[in-house]
Design a protein around this ligand. Structure first.
Ligand code: NPQ
Ligand code: MG
Length: 368
C-alpha cells in the first residue's frame, strides 16, 4: 500500500451533559481525526488526546503538531506500508502514543478495507456483541447521582462505574448500593486522585463488593499500587499506568494490579492493545475496554477490540447517546446492555460528510 495523503481534522462536539472527573469538568469533546488516503483505499482514525493535558501528558494541539512534523514524514519514507509497519517506523519518537494510535488506526482501516476484512476478525474477536458499562461523572449531590445511575440502569447498562475523588467516594458508593442493591456490577475510577497515605481510607470501600478500583494513585506509582493491594480487598485495576505491553507485564509481576483497563489510544494503537490482551490472558488477568468519549470512529474500533476472548468484564463502551446527541457516524445504540460488533470491512463505519463538517474546527491536508 502507498500512502498518498493525510487529512487531519480537529473536531469539537458538545457533550449531552458536563462530565466531571477528579481532573476536571468537560463540556465539549475536542478530538483529532485522521483520514489516510492510500493507492488502495481510505481509512479513518481517531485520536483520544484531550484539549488539555489532564488525563495524560498528551493534548490536541500537541497531537496535530507531532503528527504533522514528525509522524507523517517518517511514514512517508516506509515502502509497502501496512499497519504492522507503523509502530516500528514511529518508535524512535518518544511517547505521543495517542497520536501514533490515531495514525495507525487510519492506516489499519485503509488496509483492512482494501482486503475486505473487518477489524474484529483481524484482531481475533470471538463475539458479535459486547457487554456495555457506563462511566458516571462526579455530581453535585447524591440525589443527582442516583437519578443518573437509575437512568443508565433503565437503559440497560450492565455495569456502573462511578468517578471518585477525595470527598466523593464512600458516600456515593454506599448510596448507590443502598438504592440499587448488591447485584449491580459496580466499580470506581479515581484517575490518580489519591496518595499512598490514603490506603486506610480507600479500604473503607471494601465492604461494598466493588468489581475493582481503577487507578487510585499516580500513573508512575506502580509500587504504591502494589502496596495498596496488600491493604485493600477490592481488586486494583490500572488505566493511566498501562502505556504498553511491557508496562502491563511489569505491573502484573509487581502485584500492582489484578485487572487491566485497555485503551488503544493510551498504548499506541490497536496492535499494541492486542499484545496487552495476550499478556494479560497468559497471566489470567481479566481485561476490559476503556473509553475516551470517542466518536463513532473510535467507538467502532473499541467495540471490535472488546470482542476478543480476554475481555471478560463489561467495558466503558457506552452507546453514542451517553455523550452525544448526534454522532458523526451512525450511532451505536445499546440493546439488552450490549452493542453490536461492526461487520463491515475495517472499522465498519465512516463519518457522515455533513455531520463531520458541522463539528470540524480545522482541516489540514498533507500531501506525501
Ligand atoms: C477513564 N474515561 O477511564 C476515562 C477518562 C476520561 C469514560 O471514564 C474528555 C475526553 C473527557 C476524554 C473524561 C471514562 C474525559 C476523557 C475522562 C477521558 O479514566
Ligand atoms: Mg480510567
Amino acid at each position: 500500500m502507498k500512502l498518498t495523503g493525510i487529512e487531519l481534522r480537529v473536531i469539537e462536539m458538545p457533550l449531552v451533559s458536563p462530565f466531571r472527573t477528579s481532573f476536571g469538568v468537560e463540556t465539549t469533546r475536542e478530538a483529532v481525526l485522521v483520514r489516510a488516503v492510500t493507492d488502495e483505499a481510505e481509512g479513518w482514525g481517531e485520536g483520544v488526546a484531550m484539549s488539555d493535558p489532564l488525563y495524560s501528558s498528551e493534548y490536541v494541539e500537541a497531537s496535530v503538531d507531532v503528527i504533522t512534523r514528525f509522524l507523517l514524514p517518517a511514514l512517508a519514507r516506509v515502502d509497502d506500508l501496512d499497519a504492522s509497519k507503523v509502530a516500528p517506523a514511529l518508535e524512535k519518537f518518544k511517547g505521543h502514543r495517542m497520536s501514533k494510535a490515531a495514525v495507525e488506526l487510519a492506516i489499519l482501516d485503509a488496509e483492512l478495507r482494501a482486503k475486505g476484512v473487518p477489524l474484529s476478525r483481524e484482531l481475533g474477536a470471538v463475539r458479535d456483541r459486547v457487554d456495555c458499562g457506563v462511566s458516571v461523572g462526579i455530581m453535585d449531590s447524591i440525589p443527582e447521582l442516583l437519578d443518573a445511575v437509575g437512568g443508565y440502569l433503565d437503559e440497560g447498562y450492565v455495569r456502573i462505574k462511578l468517578k471518585i475523588e477525595p470527598g466523593w467516594d464512600v458516600d456515593p458508593v454506599r448510596a448507590v448500593r443502598e438504592r440499587f442493591g448488591d447485584d449491580v456490577l459496580l466499580q470506581v475510577d479515581a484517575n490518580t486522585a489519591y496518595r499512598r497515605g490514603d490506603a486506610r481510607h480507600l479500604a473503607r470501600l471494601d465492604p461494598f463488593d466493588l468489581l475493582l478500583i481503577e487507578q487510585p494513585l499516580d500513573e508512575e506509582d506502580l509500587l504504591g499500587h502494589a502496596q495498596l493491594a496488600e491493604v485493600m480487598t477490592t481488586p486494583i485495576c490500572l488505566d493511566e499506568s498501562i502505556v504498553s505491553a511491557r508496562a502491563a507485564a511489569d505491573a502484573i509481576a509487581l502485584g500492582a494490579c489484578s485487572i487491566v483497563n485497555i485503551k488503544p489510544g493510551r498504548v499506541g494503537g490497536y496492535l499494541e492493545a492486542r499484545k496487552i490482551h495476550d499478556v494479560c490472558a497468559a497471566n489470567d488477568i481479566p481485561v476490559w475496554c476503556g473509553g475516551m468519549l470517542e466518536t463513532g470512529i473510535g467507538r467502532a474500533a473499541n467495540v471490535a477490540l472488546a470482542a476478543l476472548p480476554g475481555f471478560t468484564l463489561p467495558g466503558d463502551t457506552s452507546g453514542s447517546n451517553r455523550y452525544y446527541t448526534s454522532d458523526i457516524t451512525e450511532p451505536f445504540v445499546i440493546e439488552n446492555g450490549t452493542l453490536p460488533v461492526p461487520t463491515g470491512p475495517g472499522i465498519g463505519v465512516v463519518p457522515d460528510a455533513d455531520a463531520l463538517a458541522a463539528v470540524t474546527t480545522r482541516t489540514e491536508w498533507i500531501t506525501l
